[in-house]
Write a protein that binds this ligand. Sequence first.
Ligand SMILES: CC(C)(COP(=O)(O)OP(=O)(O)OC[C@H]1O[C@@H](n2cnc3c(N)ncnc32)[C@H](O)[C@@H]1OP(=O)(O)O)[C@@H](O)C(=O)NCCC(=O)NCCSC(=O)CCC(=O)c1ccccc1C(=O)O
Length: 332
Amino acid sequence: MADTPGKELKTLERRIAKLNSHLSPSPSWPPPITPSIASADDSYHHIHGEVPMKEASWRVVCDGTGKEFTDIIYEKSVGEGIAKITINRPERRNAFRPHTIKELIRAFDDARDDSTVGVIILTGKGTKAFCSGGDQALRSSDGYADFESFGRLNVLDLQVQIRRLPKPVIAMVAGYAVGGGHVLHMVCDLTVAADNAVFGQTGAKVGSFDAGYGSSIMSRLVGPKKAREMWFLSRFYNAYEAEKMGLVNVVVPLEKLEMETLKWCREILRNSPTAIRVLKSALNAVDDGHAGLQELGGNATLIFYGTKEANEGKTAYMERRRPDFSKFPRRP
Ligand SMILES: CC(C)(COP(=O)(O)OP(=O)(O)OC[C@H]1O[C@@H](n2cnc3c(N)ncnc32)[C@H](O)[C@@H]1OP(=O)(O)O)[C@@H](O)C(=O)NCCC(=O)NCCSC(=O)CCC(=O)c1ccccc1C(=O)O
């Protein structure tokens, strides 16, 4: 006799609980999710195995220009494909100055170009702050100025770089992610938050605003009304409120923050890098307009270059002959 719907659901819940238990660091946390589609299967264990719950072994990477990084720490995990970039100004709650941003851009560039790196963690030094935004002590009438006589808003370049980087970037947030620091976590692909994390935009309070990604992505993430609330009222939100609003993917106890983030990295690293690359650009395409389409389109070209059809065009040109595309299908 066929199972009743109630019995089927119970069986499914048991299967999901079993799946979650192997993915979770502890049996009680995080609480099991309720699936909307009945697709879970015990064979998952056999195909994928367990995600290792272990610390990473990090090696510090120096600046490619031969200079020591001062405002960030750049590390790569040994043999795992994870890069970790840490804003290192804890005495300023990891506020960034133009020099910090220049270093971040160099590190992200390196992580992009390193084909052994598949996922990048962005975080802040210490447990008090991920990042508190632009260093207000250096704010001038034309941006932020540190060693130069003119101001910059180069964090905007960094935001675009993270958005276009064809590898997932995970914000690992402990403590405050506020102002421009809040925007930085929003432009990352995923956010893993510690239970002490605090989120908010202070712009309207300190006479600043981010009318670019800081507004548009937030509206996408939390909805237009909540985005107005965040910007107009300059309130702070705790990690659980942020999770409920859709600002973060998961909240974990502070002491489990890095371990959980690494688990997310390792789960991503098991999957197809090309699928992830194309998906990231696809998920950003509409919001990023022409630049988003260009990124997605570039991925199509990249994949096409690997085909015999594309190669025939190049080879014919190099051999000074007419290309013969007749053998390639015109698919329905
Ligand atoms: C983050 C706090 C809530 C933390 O509070 P608390 O734990 O009590 O620590 P404090 O004692 O306040 O701070 C310790 C120490 O750090 C200094 N500090 C903290 N944040 C900053 C900062 N952003 N700039 C400079 N200094 C900072 C603080 O003064 C203390 O120093 P002492 O010498 O020990 O006294 C709290 O610190 C706080 O509210 N901070 C300010 C948050 C803020 O308003 N940030 C700026 C928002 S505006 C912005 O980020 C613009 C960014 C930008 O460049 C931009 C421009 C154009 C378009 C887009 C953007 C964009 O947003 O990306």
